[in-house]
Ligand binder design. Structure first.
Ligand SMILES: Nc1ncnc2c1ncn2[C@@H]1O[C@H](COP(=O)(O)OP(=O)(O)OP(=O)(O)O)[C@@H](O)[C@H]1O
Length: 241
C-alpha cells in the first residue's frame, strides 16, 4: 500500500488522505493546477511535504534510505528530457542503478515492451519527443520497481503507442506492481484505470472506481464542463455539446 496521511504542501495540497493499492492502475485526474504533479512528487519522495506523511507498506517514506526508495519507486516526470549523450540502451541500463547490478534481462524486456529494440544503438538525444518518452519509461521499467509513478506518460505518444503503453502498464499491474499515473485524458482514465483520484484546488474530492469518480456531475463540479459519457463500460467516449 502507498498512502498519505493529512498531507499538505504550501497552498498546493491540503489534507490529502489517500490509500493506493498495489496490483492496480490508479489515475490522478483534475484540472490544471489542481495539484496532481505535486502529489506525485510527494509520493515519489522528491518533494517533502509541510505536513502529514507518505507511507509505503508499513514504513514512512521519509525514513527510507534513498537507494531503497529508488529500488521501490520508479518515477517518470512530466515532459522529461534527456540530458546525456548516450545510447538508448545505456540510458535504459541506468534503471538498474539502484540495484547496483548490470542484469541484461530486465533491460531487454523493457526495450522490447516499449518497442525500442531497434533504437538500442541510437543516440538518446537524437530521438523524437514520443520516442524519448518511451525510452524514459523503459528506464523506469528496467528498474522493476514495486511502484511506477508517471506524470502524463501518454502525452507525447501517438494513439498506437498510447494503447501499447497502457497494455504494458496493465501487465506491470497484473504482476503486482502499483501503477499511478497522472492523466488529463479522462476517457483513458475511465476506460483503463481501476481507481481514480480526483484533485480539485489542492484537495482530494474522490477516490473511487472511474464510473463514480468521473461521473457527469463531477465533471460539471470539478472541471466546470457539461459533458456526457457514451458507450459501454471499458469503451466510453466523452462528448461535449
Ligand atoms: N515549484 C513550485 N513552487 C510553488 N508553486 C508551485 C510549484 N509548482 C507548482 N506550483 C503551483 O502549485 C499548484 C499545483 O501545481 P501542479 O503542477 O501540482 O498542478 P497539476 O494539477 O499537475 O497541473 P497541470 O495539469 O497544469 O500539470 C499550481 O497552482 C502551481 O502553480
Amino acid at each position: 500500500m502507498l498512502g498519505t496521511m493529512n498531507l499538505s504542501v504550501e497552498d498546493r495540497l491540503q489534507g490529502v488522505d489517500c490509500r493506493i493499492e498495489p496490483g492496480k492502475i490508479t489515475a490522478i485526474c483534475g484540472p490544471n493546477g489542481a495539484g496532481k504533479s505535486t502529489l506525485l512528487e510527494v509520493l515519489a519522495g522528491l518533494l517533502v511535504p509541510d505536513g502529514g506523511e507518505v507511507v509505503i507498506g508499513e514504513q514512512g517514506l521519509a525514513s527510507m534510505h534513498p537507494r531503497e526508495r529508488a529500488r521501490r519507486i520508479g518515477y517518470l516526470p512530466q515532459s522529461a528530457q534527456i540530458a546525456w549523450d548516450v545510447s538508448v540502451r545505456s540510458l535504459v541500463e541506468l534503471g538498474r542503478m539502484p540495484h547496483g547490478d548490470h542484469l541484461a534481462e530486465p533491460v531487454d524486456r523493457a526495450l522490447a515492451a516499449l518497442d525500442l529494440a531497434e533504437f538500442s544503438d541510437r543516440r538518446a538525444q537524437s530521438l523524437s519527443g514520443g520516442e524519448t518518452a518511451r525510452v524514459l519509461l523503459a528506464r523506469v521499467l528496467a528498474g522493476e520497481p514495486d511502484w511506477i509513478l508517471a506524470d502524463e506518460p501518454l502525452a507525447a505518444l501517438d494513439l498506437g503507442h498510447q494503447l501499447s503503453l497502457i497494455s504494458h502498464l496493465r501487465a506491470a499491474a497484473d504482476s503486482g506492481c502499483g501503477v499511478v499515473i497522472v492523466l488529463h485524458d479522462l476517457a483513458h482514465a475511465m476506460n483503463f484505470a481501476d481507481r481514480v483520484l480526483v484533485l480539485s484546488e489542492g484537495r482530494l474530492v474522490a477516490t473511487e472506481a472511474p464510473e463514480r469518480a468521473l461521473s457527469e456531475e463531477r465533471l460539471r463540479k470539478v472541471w466546470g464542463v457539461d459533458a456526457r459519457w457514451l458507450g459501454e463500460a471499458g469503451a466510453r467516449a466523452l462528448v461535449t455539446s
